[in-house]
Structures are given as C-alpha cells and as structure tokens.
Design a binder for this molecule. Structure first.
Ligand code: COI
Length: 356
C-alpha cells in the first residue's frame, strides 16, 4: 500500500514518557497505554483540526449522547516492528473502510481517509519506542468515535469525537480456549448491527459470557438468533472449523463482523491449496464430526486474538474435547500471518503498510 498525502496535525508532546515503568514481558491485554493519543472533533457539520496530545483523562458532559444511546463504534488494529526498526500496519485500508461502515449504521458521520492515515502515522512515529520487535509483540491500536453532544433526546448527535489510543500487546488468549455454543442468548439479529464494530455489540455479550465463564468456558460461539442451529462468530473473533482437511467458516451477513484476520485466513488457505468452504455451519454437523472423530480443529481469528485454538465446546449439556493435532492449521495460519505482519515473509497480496 502507498502512503496517502500528509495532513497537518497539531501536536502537544508529552514532557515525560511512562515507558520505563512498563514490564513488556508481562503485559495484560489493553491495560497499558502509550504516551500520546490522537483526537479530532466533529462540530458544525465538519471534522475539525486533528490533534495529538499526551494520553490522559478528558472532560465530557454527563449528558453526552454516547452514555445514553450508545452511539459509539471502534476498530482494532496492530502495528509491528521488524528487526531493523521499520514499523508496519496490516491491511489498515480494511479498518478504515469498516469503521466508516460501522459509523454509517450508527448514524455517525464518516471520518476522512487522510486524517485517519495521517493520524495513525504521526501517532506511531511519536510512540514507536512502544512497539517491540519480535513475533508475538505488537502495539494494539484502538481507533474509536463517539457522540459527544450534551443532549438526551433520543436522536443522533450533532457533535462527535474520533480518537486513537495505543496499547502494547502480547497474546489476547494465553491458552487454548474452551467455548460454549449459544442456545438461549443472541449477539445480533437480522437487520441489526452485528456486522458493525458497535460498542453495544460487546456490552450485549458480557452477561451471557459471564454465565459461560462460571461454567468454565471463556467464550461463547454465537448462533443465529432465530433458530440457534448455525454457528456464527465468537464476539472477540471469527470462527473456523476443520473437518478432515477442509476448513469451514460462516459467510458474512448483517449479523457477523467482516473480520480482517478472517478474510486473510481465507486467502492464505487458497494460497496453500487448503479447501475452505464459506457456508452456514450447523451445530449438528460439528457435534457429529466431534463424535465420529473427523472434527480436527476449531480456531478463532481476530486482530487481538490473532489465531486462537479452541480446546473444547459445550452444547446441550454435552462437552466435546478437541485433542491437539500434529499438523495444526491454526499453527500454520498463525505462523504465516505473523511472518507477513513482521516483515519476515513475502507479502504477495500487499497487506503490509509501512509507516514512514
Ligand atoms: C479486535 O480483535 O481488535 C477486537 O476488537 C476484539 C476485542 C474484543 C479486543
């Protein structure tokens, strides 16, 4: 990808850095933030002058519409550093398109492309010492936008703030994940906002996920809201099933997030000659495959989760353990992806974006 035109950003640099207080070997996902943040306000029908300031608390009215009606969408991206200190993003064009698709669905004004890319590049240049080289290290980037207008009538806001904050990250899941297939609760419905990275989609999962956690399962794999017969996504990641040597993943629809890692895995499978069916996946066929021994793997794919293998699933009171296989597709895709992201392998699809 090529860099877009430069755009002036007002910068207030942090006088000191917090970096020396951070233990980069023991990071808990999403708890540590870099020295700077990017923001840009939408006022009078226009995005205003973008700014970068020291990371820290900000003032917002209690009546801001985001608190009352949940007008907020976000993205998840990562920056990587190679051994020569070059910094890369992975398919940032996809995140840019998706945040505006999400924004449109939530009646939030779209954010300009040059501000998005220039904001990312400038912020990453300021905070690049926070990106550690080496496979497994990254800087997680969280662009988000929310309604700031002080008004509590139920209608879209007139003012918004777009921001980017950065958090050094290692693995999201440190171990193989146990999941429960949803039988009662739903994450999204036809015609809803499931495809969007809307903050409320995540809040809606917290209670059912906490029930699953009490039973020893870290995540829920959501099923279609009308029949609970078809497996859709895990909320923190899209899901792939391997039956025999074939992969299966659910098709995108208005209930499922159009994952960047998901679409990259589908492409890598094609490159590797691994058959990947993009079609509805029924709970019944996965249970049958687990019973007759043809279910070799289930794994999640997402920016934070990267590729996360699943070790067991529960449905209808039955628990199915998935033994580890020697020729794991999850390991294969994870290695391929990380090597591309860290500039260690050929990037034949042009997914790497160098931050200059
Ligand atoms: C991401 O993978 O970037 C996400 O937004 C998932 C989130 C639960 C951390």
């Amino acid at each position: 990808m090529t860099k877009l035109s430069t755009y002036e950003i007002d910068i207030v640099k942090s006088e000191t850095s917090k970096i020396d207080q951070v233990d980069f070997n023991n990071l808990v996902f999403g708890r540590t933030f870099t020295d700077h943040m990017f923001y840009c306000d939408y006022v009078n029908g226009e995005w205003q002058q973008p700014k970068i300031v020291p990371y820290g608390p900000m003032t917002i009215e209690p009546s801001a519409r985001v608190f009352h009606y949940g007008q907020a969408v976000f993205e998840g991206m990562k920056a990587y550093k190679d051994d020569d200190g070059n910094v890369f993003l992975f398919r940032p064009d996809q995140n840019f398109k998706r945040i505006n698709k999400s924004a449109k669905r939530l009646a939030i004004p779209e954010f300009p492309e040059n501000y998005f890319f220039e904001g990312l590049s400038t912020l990453l240049n300021l905070d690049k010492s926070w990106i550690k080289p080496g496979l497994g290290n990254s800087l997680y980037l969280r662009p988000f936008v929310f309604a700031t207008e002080a008004a509590i009538s139920a209608s879209p806001a007139n003012t918004y703030r777009f921001m980017i904050i950065c958090s050094p990250a290692k693995a999201y899941y440190t171990d193989r994940v146990r999941v429960l297939f949803a039988e009662k609760y739903s994450r999204s419905a036809n015609g809803g906002v499931g495809f969007a990275k809307a903050a409320g989609n995540y809040a809606a999962q917290f209670y059912p996920t906490s029930l699953a956690q009490k039973k020893g399962f870290q995540q829920v794999i959501w099923t279609d809201a009308s029949t609970h017969k078809y497996l859709e996504e895990a909320g923190t990641m899209n899901i792939f099933f391997r039956i025999g040597d074939k992969l299966i993943t659910a098709p995108n629809n208005d209930r499922i997030l159009d994952g960047v890692t998901r679409k990259s895995v589908i492409q890598l499978a094609e490159d590797l000659g691994i058959e990947c069916d993009v079609r509805r996946v029924s709970v019944k066929e996965i249970k049958e495959a687990a019973q007759n021994g043809t279910l070799k793997e289930i794994f999640g794919a997402g920016t934070a989760a990267v590729i996360s293998p699943i070790s067991a699933f529960e449905h209808g009171g039955d628990v199915f353990e998935i033994p580890e296989v020697d020729d794991s597709y999850a390991t294969l895709f994870k290695t391929r992806l990380l090597n591309i992201q860290h500039n260690l392998a050929e990037d034949k699809h042009g997914w790497r974006y160098e931050v200059l």
